[in-house]
Write a protein that binds this ligand. Structure first.
Ligand SMILES: [Fe+2]
Ligand SMILES: [Fe+2]
Length: 331
């Protein structure tokens, strides 16, 4: 009598590979959706990128929910510890008031920028055509929501010590130097093609903005007698470095997958790069300028270094930044 055929394992695809699947691969496999279990919501037309198998994409950090939550719990503890330790008025006796005025002038509104990232990646998670992509970018969305909370906590901290830091919505809606960023993220949140959203937000805007927002700007704070912004931003920067790695991995995967994808990705870079540079240089440039006498750090140096670093990153993938005449503030 013929033996009944064993039902095919859902993990067959992972088991067919020459090497053993990692714990990360097994945990994420089938977590969102997996062919042939399509639901009408997901469609190959949701992106113009052509990829044979989205299931072969891998998060460079190989985060499962478990490892991600453990790491982020540590980060949250570090930030809480930092705010508790620095909750001493004596620490701020030397803090320059022009620095606090500049910070108060735009920083509270950046919670809306972080919130936009959270929304954009929620949409990517829902539309992406493979669970490894969906999972990685859904975790990035959680990170951005965490950054909203860090912004709120920091502003509460500054308010206790210096007053102010309570006009986040008004600044976001009205401050002239914030408007290019607001308009940009409003457009980024409604990009229909989820792969373009990843490129525009992660591979363009975050590449331009995050190192200035979380490293160069807080460095000015150190020079102005404020150790808090630097300490908290360092934790957020570690997460943003991961976002940059993830974005590069995604773009490389797309470029390697199909020759036609290159011109598509370059088109997206060309479309969003000038707006990202305009938004970032309008936001930080004037504040850097007004503080330059006391900090000794000219915005031009920071800005030129940033553009060169991006040029190098893009060149490694044989992509180009648009000509410097169209990158916002001239350098
Ligand atoms: Fe963020
Ligand atoms: Fe990010």
């Amino acid at each position: 009598m013929a033996r009944a055929k064993k039902p095919k394992s859902a993990f067959g695809k992972l088991r067919d590979r020459p090497r053993r699947a990692t714990e990360y691969e097994e945990l994420i496999f089938g977590l969102y959706w997996t062919p042939p279990y399509y639901m009408p919501l997901w469609s190959e037309d949701s992106t113009r990128v052509r990829v044979e198998s989205w299931q072969d994409f891998r998060d460079p950090a190989a985060f499962s929910y478990h490892t991600y939550v453990l790491r982020r719990a540590q980060d949250a503890e570090r930030i809480r510890g930092c705010l508790d330790t620095m909750n001493q008025p004596d620490l701020f006796q030397q803090t320059a008031s022009p620095w606090i005025d500049e910070l108060n002038g735009f920083y509270p509104a950046l919670r809306y920028y972080e919130s936009a990232g959270c929304m954009a990646f929620h949409d990517v998670k829902s539309s992406a055509l493979g669970e490894y992509v969906s999972h990685a970018f859904s975790l990035q969305g959680f990170d951005e929501f965490g950054h909203v909370c860090h912004n709120v906590d920091l502003c509460r901290f500054y308010r206790q010590h210096f007053g102010g830091f309570d006009r986040a919505a008004a600044i976001w809606d009205e401050a002239p130097d914030v408007q290019p960023l607001r308009r940009l993220v409003e457009d980024l949140m409604v990009i229909e093609d989820w792969a373009e959203a990843i490129v525009a937000f992660d591979f363009v805007l975050e590449q331009v903005m995050e190192p200035i927002y979380l490293v160069e700007w807080p460095r000015l704070g150190l020079r102005c007698g404020d150790p808090v912004l630097w300490s908290v931003s360092q934790v957020m920067w570690a997460q943003e470095s991961y976002h940059a790695d993830l974005a590069r991995a995604f773009v490389k995967y797309v470029l390697d997958a199909h020759a036609e994808n290159r011109s598509l990705v370059q088109t997206w870079v060309d479309r969003w790069f000038p707006r990202a540079t305009e938004a970032t240089s309008r936001l930080f440039g004037p504040a850097f300028d007004r503080l330059e006498e006391s900090t000794g750090i000219p915005f031009e140096t920071v800005w030129t270094d940033r553009l060169k670093a991006i040029e190098t990153t893009y060149a490694e993938l044989s992509l180009e930044i648009p000509s410097t005449s169209s990158v916002g503030r001239s350098v």
